[in-house]
Design a protein around this ligand. Structure first.
Ligand code: PHE
Length: 457
């Protein structure tokens, strides 16, 4: 019923801590626990992992800072923020396109993210039913394969997850979620540590094999495909290139130190990913599973741990609850930009905008579900629908939007003001300039080209 001129569509950050938690909540999600390990497994391990870590700090961190900085200047949704900031810097409104591609990306990602969030939710129930008790690799693999073939179950859980996402977004991201994050995130961290401990204890020498696989440099496995995947994943994992962090930045006070906050978020994000790898790969090797087995990896490996450790049922339930929650804190951030856009650009209210957007995303999710079973053979460029959505977003749209953002920030904006805002001394400002003006844009372009035409083609 607000008749005021200011539309408030997200919650306002109550404090720097609240902001950091929301940003970390968006960043830490299925990307760290589900996607990172299986990509590492598919890409041959350490070469991918080390490249990803490098990109997180050299490319991800500066872009995260700049998305917040632009958002804080613009104070609007990503598209209008980009337009307004461009105009105020004396540039073309066409920069708004960076925001448009970003919003489109978030929309597409949510359609498959919700399906995987549904898997996590279903696994809460499976854990509670004691399904994993005494399970070995063969059993958990079968369980997962059957699940993927069961369209009805997949659909139900996708619907449940999408509904929960829409429900929270429709209400506005209130204190409930911020408070929830405060409890759930540390809980997830502690459980992950416990799982790493279990993996180290139960899998004996396989633990070292896993460390070796993840960290001992193996550069021969590095090719264009892996480098592009590492770059795309750095964006995905920090929720960059979708205007999300820009939107989050629009609610920031001037007093928040962007660099140090970004550093904390990147470090947290990396720690969760690495811990997940260390919890999963020892079990992969100890149970003769395939590291490169794809998206099912954590759903096949972790139940083995829960099925065989003392108190495993309870830990299993807790783990999948926390995982679902981590996914929800990300999925709401994926839904927000489109909802906000519809709210501002059409006559729809927040609730209608949420319902309309969610239904379209939900329907797209069904295509993704079918690509795991009935439509497994429906392919375009050799990829099924799930792979195609993932490829298009992570490997094309996010890096391209990130490139647009960095070129805009480093070449179109007043650098003196940025320097003041980031509080950099002359030395660090020089490094910052070289990085943002030259190294990052050139690296992104090179990786895109190299990634699309791998192996010297
Ligand atoms: N960063 C989230 C994750 O790692 C995924 C995400 C991507 C969330 C893009 C928001 C935007 O799971």
């Amino acid at each position: 019923m607000s008749t005021g001129t200011m539309k408030k569509s997200h919650s306002q950050w109550s404090s720097r801590m609240g902001f950091m938690l929301a940003a970390a909540g968006s960043a830490v999600g299925l990307g760290n626990i589900w996607k990172f390990p299986y990509m590492a497994g598919e890409m041959g391990g350490s070469a991918f992992v080390l490249t990803y870590l490098l990109f997180m700090f050299i490319i991800g961190l500066p872009i995260l800072v700049l998305e917040w900085l632009i958002g804080r200047r613009g104070q609007k949704n990503p598209i209008h923020t980009m337009q307004d900031v461009a105009v105020s810097e004396g540039r073309s409104k066409l920069w708004g396109w960076v925001g448009i591609i970003g919003v489109l990306g978030s929309f597409l990602i949510l359609s498959f993210y919700s399906v995987i969030g549904g898997w996590a939710t279903d696994y809460i129930v499976l854990a509670a039913q004691g399904t994993f008790e005494g399970a070995n690799g063969g059993i958990t693999e079968n369980l997962f394969t059957n699940f993927l073939g069961d369209v009805n179950s997949l659909l139900i859980w996708h619907t449940v997850f999408m509904f929960a996402t829409a429900f929270i977004v429709a209400l506005g991201v209130g204190a409930g979620l911020e408070r929830g994050c405060k409890i759930m995130m540390p809980g997830l961290g502690i459980l992950l540590l416990a799982l790493v401990g279990y993996a180290a204890y139960a899998s004996g020498s396989s633990f070292w094999k896993a460390c070796d696989f993840l960290f001992t440099p193996n550069w021969s496995a590095l090719n264009g495909t892996a480098i592009l995947a590492a770059l795309g994943h750095a964006f995905f994992s920090l929720s960059l290139g979708m205007g999300i962090m820009m939107a989050y930045g629009s609610y920031l006070g001037k007093d928040v130190n962007l660099l140090s906050t970004a550093r904390t978020v990147v470090i947290l994000d990396v720690i969760v990913a690495v811990l997940s790898g260390l919890a999963i790969f020892p079990l992969v090797f100890a149970n003769d599973l395939q590291p490169g087995s794809g998206p099912g990896l954590i759903f096949v490996t972790l139940p083995i741990a829960f099925g065989n450790m003392a108190g495993g049922s309870i830990l299993g339930i807790l783990f999948f609850i926390f995982l679902t929650f981590a996914a929800l804190t990300s999925s709401i951030s994926l839904l927000e930009p489109t909802v906000e856009l519809l709210e501002e650009k059409t006559h729809m209210g927040r609730k209608t905008a949420t319902i309309v957007t969610s239904i379209i995303i939900w329907a797209l999710g069904i295509a993704c579900i079918l690509s795991f079973n009935k439509w497994a053979d429906v392919t375009l460029f050799g990829k099924n629908i799930f792979d195609l959505l993932d490829y298009l977003t992570s490997k094309i749209m996010l890096p391209v939007t990130g490139l647009g953002t960095i070129i805009f920030a480093a070449w179109m904006m007043n650098q003196k003001r940025i320097r003041e805002e980031l509080n950099l001394n002359a030395f660090w400002f020089n490094i910052w300039t070289i990085l943002t003006r030259f190294i990052i844009p050139v690296a992104i372009v090179a990786i895109l080209v190299f990634g699309f035409f791998p192996e010297g083609k």
